[in-house]
Ligand binder design. Structure first.
Ligand code: BG6
Length: 479
């Protein structure tokens, strides 16, 4: 049984990620009495410990306005601060001193990837890495080669079992629900394969643009930022074989198999887009060719999925913020009702953000003398919001050494291998209007079935899809 971490050390403690996500998550962990160890912020800001505590407080005021005073007090009492340059030994000596008797710290690297090697090496040489775990934020490299190099750097100091690579999508309740729904039910399994599934689509749409992160985004683009990680993780949950149990390596073994079965992306099967006005964002080059939208057609060469296209799409400045998966089933084998047969076969729809919904698209008879049908959606489940924030869940798991929802070395590398061929390919970048569904060229990727892309709506009940004859009216069922 792994032992719990006895200190949490945050590198990049004055940065944006800590401010927005990590301090609120730590608050909730403390509030639920899942964390009661020193929390040491490390940064080169020239700050005092008081200033740092002020920053944590400010983060809670902003992101956890309902925070209870008693829990806030308990959290703040755990906070320590070490100011210093990551390149200087003295910083790590101070950290060692601050750790005191702690012998199993959890080091969280909320810093730019270029600083990983420096910090990891210093942690090793200062003795701060002994008995420790390390949490590494995405991006894990920029491509396959740099991911290999990064993993090598980490392994010089940490064993793989001590490395926790965060993909916050794995900590999301609705994403876990995908996995749960697949493997806690038996009715899906008979149809969950190439014999019954015509195609699968995943759309991750965001209304926001690059939100002040222009400099970061210029280095990333949609493929590196969300497709290589968040979207491929969703593909893995949808396409994997049942793991023998929900446990660290059993689950990760199955995900790796999926990534290895995905054919490396062909530049002809990807469409890149950039929203109008992106080049005027602060930190963005006036002639930038970085994509803020990407759509791709994936092929999975496995026994289960051979020949079934997986369409994935992610974009900024889309009409709504929503992530949905649609699994289209094949048409019934015979056209019993002649011309009245449903134009659109059955489908399963999983809404995995911002709220959770699972729906089954079916056909029922329209009342009346004619054997005429209408489309209905059976809502299998719907819940509001997320019980536990993804960061809270994942940091909590890392402190107790539970790695099941973290990415393993071979998994990250196999995911990079999927996108690697298109990272350097000079495919066209088409401009698209803000608030649209991306460049029209993305439509041409869909080769299966009468319908185009499924466009999620602002609410779980609303969506649109063009089914052969142009944009169909929104078939929202009665609430
Ligand atoms: C991050 C990306 O990993 O995920 C962002 O860097 C993106 O660009 C974000 O906006 C989306 O996460 P969520 O939880 O808001 O869906």
């Amino acid at each position: 049984m792994p032992q719990s971490s006895d200190a949490v050390v945050l590198f990049g403690a004055t940065g944006d990620l800590c401010y927005r996500k990590i301090y609120p998550a730590l608050y909730h962990l403390v509030e639920r009495r899942r964390l009661d160890v020193p929390i040491i912020g490390v940064a080169r800001a020239g700050w005092t410990a008081e200033q740092f505590v002020g920053r944590v407080r400010e983060s809670l005021d902003k992101f956890v306005p309902q925070a209870g005073e008693e829990a806030v007090r308990r959290l703040l009492a755990l906070i320590r601060y070490v100011d210093g340059d990551y390149r200087q030994e003295a910083t790590f000596q101070s950290l060692r001193k601050c750790l005191g008797s702690a012998s199993r710290p959890l080091h969280y690297l909320a810093i730019p990837p270029s600083m990983f090697p420096v910090v990891v090496t210093m942690l090793g040489s200062s003795g701060c890495a002994a008995g420790a775990r390390v949490v590494v934020e995405k991006p894990f490299g920029r491509d396959l080669a740099s991911a290999l190099a990064l993993n090598q750097t980490l392994h010089e100091v940490f064993d793989e079992a001590a490395i926790f690579r965060i993909d916050h999508y794995l900590g999301k309740e609705p994403v876990q629900n995908l996995l749960y729904f697949r493997f806690a039910n038996s009715f899906l399994e008979p149809v969950w394969n190439r014999n019954y599934v015509a195609s699968v689509q995943i759309t991750m749409a965001e209304q926001i643009g690059v939100a002040g992160r222009g400099r970061f985004y210029e280095e990333a683009g949609a493929i590196r930022d969300v497709i290589q990680n968040h979207l491929l993780q969703i593909v893995a949950f949808l396409a994997m074989e049942p793991p023998v149990r929900f446990a660290r390596d059993a689950l990760r073994d199955e995900k790796v198999k999926v990534f290895r079965a995905i054919r490396p992306l062909d530049p002809g099967r990807i469409v890149r887009g950039q929203f109008e006005g992106y080049r005027r964002e602060p930190g963005v080059a006036p002639d930038s060719r970085v994509e803020t939208f990407a759509a791709a057609r994936l092929q999975i060469d496995s026994w289960r999925w051979s020949g079934v296209p997986f369409y994935i799409r992610a974009g900024k400045r889309m009409p709504v913020t929503a992530t949905e998966v649609v699994v289209d089933l094949r048409a019934p084998p015979a056209n019993v009702f002649g011309t009245l047969a449903p134009e659109r076969p059955n489908y399963l729809r999983f809404r995995v953000g911002p709220d959770v919904a699972i729906a089954l698209g079916a056909h029922a008879k329209q009342p009346g003398s004619a054997m005429q049908g209408r489309e209905v959606e059976l809502f299998v489940s719907q819940q509001q919001g997320e019980e536990m924030d993804a960061y809270e869940r994942l940091i909590g798991d890392a402190t107790i050494g539970d790695a099941v929802l973290f990415a393993r070395e071979d998994e990250v590398q196999a995911a990079w291998a999927v996108v690697d061929p298109v990272l350097r390919a000079q495919t066209p970048v088409y401009e698209y209007p803000q608030g649209s569904w991306g460049p029209p060229q993305a439509e041409a990727l869909i080769v299966e079935g009468p319908c185009g892309w499924h466009n999620p709506g602002a609410s779980a009940h609303s969506w649109t899809r063009a089914c052969g004859r142009g944009e169909a009216p929104n078939r929202a069922p009665s609430p």
